[in-house]
Design a protein around this ligand. Sequence first.
Ligand code: CP3
Length: 358
Amino acid sequence: MSVLRNDTLLRALRREPTPYTPIWLMRQAGRYLPEYNTTRSRAGSFMALATTPSLAAEVTLQPLARYPLDAAILFSDILTIPDAMGLGLSFAEGEGPRFARTTADETSIRALAVPDMAKLRYVFDAVIEIQRALAHAVPLIGFAGSPFTLACYMIEGGGSTDFATVRRMAYARPDLLQHIVDVNTEAVAAYLGEQITAGVDAVMIFDTWGGLLATDQWRRFSLAPMRSVLEQLSGATARARVPAIIFTKGGGAWLDDLAQSGADCVGVDWTVDIGAARHQIGGRVAVQGNLDPVALLTDPETIANAAHAIIRAAGSSPGHVFNLGHGIVPLTPPENVAALVGAVHGHSNALSRQTSGV
Ligand code: CP3
């Protein structure tokens, strides 16, 4: 393991005391930053950016040059796996992801296979390049989509507000959904294993659409596959085990299941009472969250007040990682992010001094 200059995040994930609450933001590298948009237009497309390790490294570091964030997150996308399965991913300007081929009928679903990880070499090369550029300043978080969330995009062929086709399949053809999810589970485990081998310091599983399912379906099609991924990672890695964060958006009713998933930290969205969540599961796992990203569209004072409320509610015991409840929205003014990071560091540091009597 490398010696990090700022290992606050890793300590918080292990529920060890930290001098302040670490903060990083989902989608911290992205379209709200003018320098991201410049690099993206130089690359020509999102996929060109993501598949060129030097450019992926450049945009990963952009938010860290502006703000004293406590972690970097690999610049990539959860949909690289289905792309490597041959589904043909593209991102049109201003639109969501699109697959050239969907996986909604029995023939294409039965033909699915775990992709050769060599097809995703550009991601592992980006990890190596980012770690070189970071020079042990802060930890690097790797990530993947949950097997179920990947299935959502593969079946629908792109984004959707309700993923009705997928939810219908959960009732009408659970055997087919199970098959997609099983293939994805093996792919995600191999993919995160390779990211760990390449050098990420922590991993996060984004279960963005798990919250759309009924509880028994979520346990079967999303939680069980994520548990399997986490179990595979805890055994077979070349490096010492890295901490894992699990995040089911809309999963506030399932905190006990998430705390028992094998992850070290549970991410919560803004609908969750973070004080209650810390009380319920904070003795077992760290908790990450949970400011509504829309709060960043206001002003520094409103943002500071909202951040203070979360820090107070989360309490002074170790194991809170500050984050948004979902990704930063593109209209976010960059100076508001500076206000948030400053407020989180300042307020949590003052609180920990009070508590420890320093
Ligand atoms: O800074 C970071 O957080 C790291 C990079 C990152 C991206 N995508 C870059 C990206 C991460 C962690 C993701 C994960 C991701 N991608 C998720 C899970 C998290 C979540 O937001 O729920 C999902 C569902 C996707 C799929 C995806 N990728 C969508 C729906 C879109 C289009 C909508 C949008 O917000 O842009 C993308 C494209 C994407 N991924 C962009 C970025 C910076 C914007 C693409 C562009 O530059 O045009």
